[in-house]
Design a protein around this ligand. Structure first.
Ligand SMILES: Nc1ncnc2c1ncn2[C@@H]1O[C@H](COP(=O)(O)OP(=O)(O)OP(=O)(O)O)[C@@H](O)[C@H]1O
Ligand SMILES: [Mg+2]
Length: 270
């Protein structure tokens, strides 16, 4: 899909992050069709932040796809229930068996509510034993086909990949820089607003393993920062193309089912 040029800045459509105080730092949100890295070390709430976007968008009737390469659908759903989400308000669709994907697609199409579609790749891997994991790219193709099929047959607008690191392990890239370039090309052609979860060690000097930080349109960085004997959750925008962003570091809290970004000095609430 050829990128459209807008006439006025107000015409740039944005997807909210649903983090109070943070959307304001992004002129209202992430531009539609951007590929954004959500990067941080273990437990920084990368998955939660992305699930929060999908859940809230689903409440507004928008369908989004969450491809989980490691964490099971049961673990993700329990996590969301603990976050206070009400699954009677959105259409939760779980894809864990490719032979039943058509029924899942029908459920997305037939439901007036927005769908939160969770693809459990660990379950699918157990199902398709004949796909040789050591055969380079074959898993990448299976995953691309799932995304293409859902995009082609449903009104899916958002895509989350959890995580890039798990994709690298699964796909066994021989030339990661080139392969990664083509993955980004594929995602741009998909015409979806994409969030790629990137796991990095605490204090890492890069936001990804290869050239993700240069290829991505945006980077949202999550951190756990020691402050005296407390640990403060923090969030900042490292970059966001087409956006006049505030790059300040905010403390991040999740309370009563909502994320909030606050300026320093507040007590950490988590
Ligand atoms: N209401 C809540 N329900 C569940 N977890 C919460 C809640 N509030 C805070 N958390 C914290 O969220 C953290 C996990 O979030 P999440 O799984 O999104 O992180 P992550 O960065 O994706 O982690 P990983 O690196 O393991 O993938 C836990 O450490 C948990 O304590
Ligand atoms: Mg996670």
């Amino acid at each position: 899909m050829v990128e459209q040029i807008v006439a006025r800045k107000e015409d740039i459509k944005r997807i909210k992050t649903y983090i109070e105080g943070f959307d304001e730092a992004l002129q209202g949100g992430v531009p539609q069709r951007h590929i954004t890295l959500v990067t941080g070390s273990a437990g920084t709430m990368k998955s939660s932040l992305c699930l929060n976007i999908l859940y809230n968008e689903a409440l507004h009737g928008v369908t989004g796809l969450y491809l989980s390469l490691e964490q099971s659908h049961a673990s993700l759903i329990n996590h969301m229930i603990n976050m206070g989400y009400d699954f009677s308000k959105v259409n939760l669709v779980i894809i864990k068996d490719l032979s039943k994907i058509q029924a899942s697609i029908a459920s997305i199409k037939n439901n007036k509510a927005g769908s939160l579609v969770l693809v459990d790749v660990a379950c699918i891997r157990k199902e398709i034993k004949e796909v040789k994991i050591d055969e380079n790219r074959s898993w990448l193709n299976v995953l691309k086909n799932i995304v293409m099929k859902i995009k082609a047959e449903t009104p899916c607008e958002l895509f989350i990949l959890d995580s890039l690191k798990a994709l690298y392990v699964l796909s066994k890239f021989q030339n990661p820089r080139i392969e990664l370039f083509y993955i980004f090309e594929f995602l741009r052609d998909m015409d979806l607003t994409t969030f790629l979860i990137s796991e990095i060690p605490p204090n890492a000097e890069k936001y990804g393993e290869y050239d993700e930080d240069f290829l991505a349109d945006g980077i949202i960085h999550l951190r756990l920062t020691p402050f005296r004997r407390n640990i403060v959750r923090e969030i900042s925008v490292v970059k966001m193309r087409t956006t006049e962003c505030n790059n300040d570091v905010f403390s991040l809290e999740f309370k009563n089912g909502k994320f909030k970004a606050l300026y320093g000095g507040q007590n950490p609430l988590l």
